[in-house]
Design a binder for this molecule. Sequence first.
Ligand SMILES: [Zn+2]
Length: 102
Amino acid sequence: MKLLTFFIFLCSCSLYASSMNKCYINQKDIVLEEQNMYVQIDDQWLQIMSIKIDDQGFYISEADIIRYGAKVPPKVWQCPYCFRWWNLGEKCKNPDCPTNRW
Ligand SMILES: [Zn+2]
């Protein structure tokens, strides 16, 4: 299981990464709670320790990851049709979702 999630992590990051150890993330994919920080990469939620920043933007490295997909932040909801995650109060914005085709 751990190997698989790590593989997903490397795959989804490789497009953005300038090196294996940096995964650039969108600010909008970051969820902050009082004690915890999460970031969404594709459909995976990662709990992270810290977020770093350089000229290219926010990034995390593998060492920042506490947990893979173990917990979903409460500030989001999952669309029951396409199973993607969105912020509370936001509608599903997946153009391929059935709710957006009705
Ligand atoms: Zn949807």
